[in-house]
Design a binder for this molecule. Structure first.
Ligand SMILES: [Zn+2]
Length: 253
């Protein structure tokens, strides 16, 4: 398998060099909740884990967990890689609800690249519909358009509909994210489904626990938020996704 220990070490060193050691977990500007003055949420000297901290801890813990799982169960390359990605992305995921977070910008880039690849793939494949394949210049314009559209949509929707440390920082999210990964990896066999489920859930938990360890006013380990109806819907969605994983008859052994 790829050397995740080395990768994790690089992340760790980057994070340490950025956080200037004396302040291990600096609060970036604008990380406070909606409408609540930063000084009330996080008084001076009160630091929260930031992107670099979550990335470093997520990468190290995911690398160790995947290495351990690989040693025990011989997961193989693709399974190890997916499990590692599930863990690292899980450890970043909850901060999608922070308007100023790097996680949010990163999600916009990922969504944009995915859309651009899909658009290019479609335009380059032969077919009657829209007179495909297109010329390279037209494909490039389509891909760029798809990137900009989905980048803007992703960031806009998340900014519009999330509250920092709201639903995304609650207890159903690890299971929902794990279930979604498992559903995506259905075709890759039970071992991969199980590995990505465990790593995705574990990654999100690592994030919530890190936040909880430094949080005084906002508990990220909550079963539901003030928006009880939305919390209930989230739990129902989580249960449905995970039920699908459990009963899915299409997962090859
Ligand atoms: Zn967080």
């Amino acid at each position: 398998m790829p050397n995740y220990a080395q990768l994790a070490l690089v992340f760790r060193i980057r994070a340490i060099s950025r956080s200037r050691l004396s302040r291990a977990w600096p609060v970036p500007d604008g990380e406070a909740g909606h409408g609540v003055p930063q000084a009330i949420l996080y008084p001076e000297g009160w630091d929260l884990p930031n992107f670099a901290c979550h990335l470093a801890v997520g990468a190290v813990s995911s690398a160790l967990a995947v290495a351990y799982g690989d040693a025990l169960y011989d997961l193989g390359n693709s399974c190890s890689t997916l499990a590692f990605l599930a863990g690292v992305s899980g450890s970043l995921l909850p901060d999608l609800d922070s308007d100023a977070s790097k996680t949010l910008r990163l999600s916009g880039v990922v969504a944009g690249l995915g859309a651009a690849a899909a658009a290019a793939g479609f335009a380059l494949s032969p077919g009657n519909f829209l007179n495909r394949p297109w010329q390279p210049a037209h494909v490039a314009v389509a891909a760029l358009g798809a990137f900009l559209l989905f980048n803007t949509l992703m960031i806009g929707l998340l900014k519009r509909y999330t509250v920092h440390r709201g639903l995304f920082h609650s207890l159903s999210v690890p299971f929902l994210y794990a279930g979604l990964w498992a559903v995506l990896c259905t075709g890759m066999g039970r071992r991969t489904v199980f590995a990505v489920w465990v790593m995705a859930a574990g990654g999100v938990f690592v994030h919530l626990l890190l936040d909880a360890a430094k949080s005084r006013s906002l508990n990220p380990l909550k079963v539901y938020t003030q928006d009880f109806a939305a919390s209930t819907r989230l739990w129902i969605g989580t249960a449905m996704v995970n039920f699908l994983v459990l009963v899915n008859p299409f997962v090859p052994a």
